[in-house]
Every structure is written in C-alpha cells, then in structure tokens.
Ligand binder design. Structure first.
Ligand code: SAH
Length: 445
C-alpha cells in the first residue's frame, strides 16, 4: 500500500560516511537492479539494514531538510524501504545514507513525511511528546500570554516542533486539531499528556478541516476526554466571548488576532467603525468598549452574527451603537458605497482566499476589490486595518495589492503599523509558512 513512490534502480553516487549498514542496503539494491524487468517497480523493499522502514531522498534533495524545513515532499523521495504505515516514524536519509531526521510518514499526502526530530539519538515516544508539549507550554508562560487572557494557542504545529498538531485553550477546555498522519497516530498519547499537563475539564477534537482530506484522513469532531461544559467562554483582555468549539470556525475562535483587536480598540474612540468579516464580533466588541461612536459589523454567517450579538450582551456593552448585517462583504461594501456611507476606521479580516500560491492571482483580485472599496468608504484621516491570512500571499505581495488599491481608489495612504499573529502563534525561522497572518494599518491622507 505504501509503495507508491517510483522505485529507484540506481545506486547512490556517494557512499555514506558512517553507514556500513547502509552500504549493505546498496548491495541489496544492486541485486534488485539486476532483477528481471518483469519485477514490479512497486515491489516492497525490505527496509534499512535494521529491517526498519526508511525514506531515502534523491541526490541533492536533502538541502531543504538541512535548512531544517520540516516537510518532505513526494517528489524529493528516491525510495521508501520497508512498508511503513501512515503515521509511523521513519528515519529519513540522504542519497548517501546519512541520517537527516526522524519523520512521520504519510502514504496519502503530497507531503510524504513531516519531521519530528533532527537528532538520530532521539526516540519518538511518549517522553518525546511530553517534552515538546511541556516546552510549548513553558514558552507561553514565559511570554506572559495568560496574564490578561485565558485563551491561547498552546501548540502551533510545525513552529512548536509538532507538525500537524494545533491545540487551542479556551479557559479550562482544550480543542485539538490533528492535521496530518503523525499526530493522528499519536492521538491518545497527545491527549493523555495534555490532560496531565493542563488538567482541562474537557479535550475536544476538531479534526474536521478540509486539509484532512488532502492527507487521506477522515474528518472527526467530538469529545476526546472529559465532559464539555454547557457554555464555553474565553476571556480576552477583559472581554468575554462565547465559543462554539463543536460547530464554530477553526477551533471555535480566532485567537491569532488577539493583540490586533486590542490595538483597534485603543484607536476606536469617537469613531464610526466598520468591521467586515466580523465572525463572533472580536474587533467589534473591542471597538465598542474603546468608545466607538458606532460599529457596523458584517459577516455572511448567521450563526456568527447571532453569537456576536450575544457577546455584546455578555459584556454589558451598549448595543445601541452596534449595527449588524448578515451579508456578503463584497456586495455589502458596494451598497455602502452607493449609499455614500463613510467611516473613520475600517477592519477587513477576510477568510483565507489563497491557501497556497496556486490561488494567489485570483485571491489578489479579491483582496484588491475589498480594499479598494474600503479606501473609498474611509473619511480623510481614516484608518484601514487590513489583513490576509493566506499562506499563498506573501507580505510583499499583500503590500503591493494594497498599494494598487490605493491608486485605483485615488487616495494616498501611509503604513502606520505592520501586524502579525499574536505571540502564541510563533513562527519557526526555518518554516516561513508559519507566518500566514499579515496585516497593515493604513492611514489615508
Ligand atoms: N475578524 C474575526 C475573524 C474573521 S474570520 C475575529 O476577529 O474573530 C473570517 C470570517 O469571514 C468568518 O466569520 C466567515 O463567516 C466570514 N466570511 C467568509 N466569506 C465571507 C463573505 N464573502 N462575506 C462576509 N463574510 C464572509
């Protein structure tokens, strides 16, 4: 089942420096390469000298791993020895047989393996995950994230050394999302460790993202440990938000915008605010608390808008200053333009238009469209908070799109601040894909 990669009949040009065992395997390969042509190319191979499954990369394709990028794409693989199952830990070797990493194998993904560890001495076992999860928790404690908020991302996948694993904390409830075969394999171990280290009342699993299908994994949504309280709330910088962990978007709430919401709130006083893609009212509540004159919030999800209105009540905020629209933002912005409505502060926080670079062109048009309309709706001196959470749109491209929108809108604008995800969403330097959220605060002339 796992032998989907073309099997190489060539012998690596270089020999492993310390790899006596590997040379034995080369010998075996030579024998195979002399085998009759009728032998199927996908015939399982025995494994490395220890009999253990192993991935060997094509010559020269070890470079990205040497730079510690944790993904191994199918195209970089020369051969897979043995018959690993999805989720199994396998050693990854360069063409000469040198050890590169321990990785979780996934037969069904374009990303055939994701690295757990760069050290041959490491055992990938419960103690390994205990240490990684403990380190991630210690980093959040050190950054003081829990001081003013009881919601935080406690594990941010690759950037916390745990590819494919997301864990968000909402008070004493944890929500975990397993995005690839590695964490899927270690699901129970991870849940046990989270229970031991965090003592939550419940661990809920939201492994129902579309990405699971690309990984060949079934969607899963349900309780893993404990019992869910009747209502789940997150307290963020003194504001309370009800969180629907079972049916809300992502794991129920967008923790990544915490600090950016606070910045918006600090600048909202006396302003007419428009919050587009408001979800459960994050930016809107901060603006209301910050003394905004009015806040118009728009989202296409009826459930989200209803929850947002409940959140206004939950915080005792003045609902008379809040206006809500359940609508498509692209259409709603045109209507507001036609009505000649004007605002002093606009937030544009759309969903991911470009999950990968392949979608960048179409996504660029969508970003330009909403930003152009946003600029037209701003009064002189107004502020635009504009975001992209698309992995397929780089910081540079995003800035260029916004520059194009100002030209078409006929306005001059300055960047007054560049924004990113909050510090509980760190970005590993060797994994730039982790920097998915980019934001610009612009002041129009
Ligand atoms: N700013 C929010 C998060 C926004 S997530 C916060 O701080 O919590 C993106 C939101 O866009 C989702 O709520 C989704 O329902 C909404 N959405 C997606 N497409 C939309 C569209 N075309 N028009 C309006 N809302 C849309």
């Amino acid at each position: 089942m796992t032998q989907t990669k073309p099997r190489s009949h060539s012998t690596p040009h270089r020999h492993s420096q310390g790899g006596k065992d590997f040379r034995k395997r080369i010998q075996r390969d030579k024998q195979h390469s002399n085998a009759p042509a009728s032998q199927p190319a996908s015939r399982p191979r025995a494994g490395d000298a220890s009999g253990r499954p192993c991935i060997t990369l094509k010559e020269g394709r070890e470079k990205s791993l040497q730079r510690r990028h944790p993904w191994i794409f199918s195209g970089a693989i020369e051969c897979i020895d043995g018959a690993p199952k999805s989720g199994d830990t396998v050693p990854v070797r360069d063409a000469a047989g040198n050890f590169l990493a321990w990785a979780a194998y996934n037969a069904d993904s374009q990303i055939t393996a994701r690295v757990w560890s760069w050290h041959e001495r490491d055992a990938i076992d419960k103690a390994f995950f205990h240490k990684r999860i403990g380190d991630a928790l210690a980093a959040r404690r050190m950054l003081g994230i829990g001081r003013d908020s009881n919601g935080m991302r406690i594990i941010h996948g690759e950037s916390d050394g745990l590819p494919g694993l997301i864990v968000d904390k909402y008070g004493d409830v944890l929500v975990m999302q397993l995005g690839s075969a590695g964490p899927e394999h270690w699901r129970d171990t991870i849940a046990d460790i989270l229970q031991e280290l965090c003592a939550p009342v419940a661990i809920y699993e939201r492994s129902d993202s579309d990405g699971r299908e690309l990984e060949g994994l079934p969607k899963r949504n349900g309780i893993v440990r404990g019992t869910l309280p009747a209502t789940i709330e997150v307290m963020e910088n003194g504001l309370r938000f009800a969180v629907d962990v079972a049916a809300g978007q992502k794991t129920g709430y967008y923790l990544d915008q915490r600090d950016n919401r606070a910045f918006t709130g600090a600048l909202a006083s006396g302003r007419d605010v428009l919050n587009c893609f408001c979800y459960t009212g994050g930016f809107s509540l901060y603006a209301l608390r910050g003394g905004a004159k009015s806040v118009l919030s728009i989202d296409s999800s009826q459930e989200a808008v209803e929850l947002a209105q409940q959140n206004v009540a939950l915080n005792g905020l003045d609902a008379s200053r809040a206006e809500w629209q359940c609508a498509d933002v692209f259409e709603a912005l045109r209507k507001l333009r036609d009505q000649n409505r004007k605002f002093d502060l606009i937030v544009l926080d759309p969903p991911k238009f470009a999950p990968t670079a392949a979608f960048a062109e179409k996504a660029s048009r969508a970003y330009k469209d909403i930003n152009l309309l946003g600029f037209k709706l701003l009064r002189p001196g107004g502020l635009l908070f504009t975001y992209s959470c698309s992995g397929g749109i780089s910081d540079d491209l995003f800035q260029k799109i916004i520059a194009g929108a100002t030209l078409d809108a006929g306005v001059d604008a300055q960047i007054v601040k560049k924004l990113h995800a909050a510090p509980d969403h760190p970005v590993l330097l060797s994994f730039p894909e982790g920097a998915y959220l980019k934001g610009l605060v612009l002041r129009v002339g």
